[in-house]
Write a protein that binds this ligand. Sequence first.
Ligand SMILES: [Zn+2]
Length: 334
Amino acid sequence: MTNSHWPVVGHEWAVQQLQQALYHQRARHAYLITGPASIGKTTLARALAMALNCTNDNPPCGRCRSCQLISRDVHPDISLVEAERVGGTLKIDQIRDLQRTLALRPYEATHKIAILQRFHEANPATQNALLKTLEEPAYNVVLILTAEYPDRLLPTIHSRCQILNLRLLPFEQVESALHTRFPNHNPQQLTLIARLAGGRIGWAIRMAEDPNELEARESALVTLEQVISNPQRVNRFQAAEALAKDKDNLLLNLEYWLTYWRDVLLLTSQAAAPIINIDHQPMLETAARSLSPDSAHTALQATREAITQLQQNVNTRLLVEVLLLSFPALSSSS
Ligand SMILES: [Zn+2]
C-alpha cells in the first residue's frame, strides 16, 4: 500500500495499519494514540473518525458531508473530550456526560466516536470511570484516546486499547509539508520553523499560521539568555515574579528553554546532531564555552522536571524561583 490520501502528515505505518483494519472491517472499539505533544495524535484520531463514517468510496474522501463536519469538529456524533486547558484535569463528570451521549443512537453516522484528548490528564478515578465503556462497548461506538504520558494511564486502560505509538517526524518531512501548505510564505522562515519544530508538525503549522507564536518563542529565549547572563539573585527573583503571573505562558517558556538547554548540551559535548535554535547560535556558543556538559545537562533536567511539576498542583512562583536560581551563570559576565 502506498502513501495514503489520509489528511495526516507522516506516521505512514499507523495510517496503513488503520486503513487495512478498516478495509477488512476489523476496526477496534478503542485506540490509544501516544507520543509527544503536537505531532498529530488528534489529527490521526480525527482522520480515523472520518474514515469510519465516510459515505464515499476510498474513505476518508474529505468531501462528503460527514468528512466535512468531522474535519471542522462539528459532527453531532463525534464527541471531543478534554481537560479545560492543557495541563488541567479531565473531570469524572465529563466521562459521565460522555457515557450518556454514547448511550444514545447516532443521529446520522454509522459510528459514534469519542476522541478523549490528553487522557494522561485524567486521574485514576476518572480513568476507572471510563473502563466500563471500554470493557462493554456498544457495537457502533469507537473510543480514541490520546496521551503524551502513557505511563500515567492505568494498565487496564492500556490493555483494552489498540496502541499506536507515534514518533517525532523527520525534519525533511516537516519542512516539505510546510512548503506545500504555505506556498506564499517566506521559504527561509518556513525552513527555520521546521528546524525549530523538532519533529512536531502541529507546532510547526501553528507557528507558520500565527506570527505571534514566533514572537513568544523569541521572548522566551531572550528571557532565559538574560537570566543566565546575569548572576545576581535579585535579577532572577524579578524574572521569576514576572514569569509566575501566567502559568500557560510559563509552560510555553519552559518548553522553549528545553530546546535551548538541549542545544547548549549538544554544543558543550560537541555532538554531531544539529542544534534547533539556529537563529540564536552565537549566544548558544557563548553559553557552551562557559559551561560544562554536566551543568547544561543539570539545567535541562531541572527544566524538564519543572514542566512535569507545573502540570500538577504546585506553587508556581516557588517552582520558577527554584528553577531560575538553579540555572548556571555564564562566567563571561563576571
Ligand atoms: Zn467522506
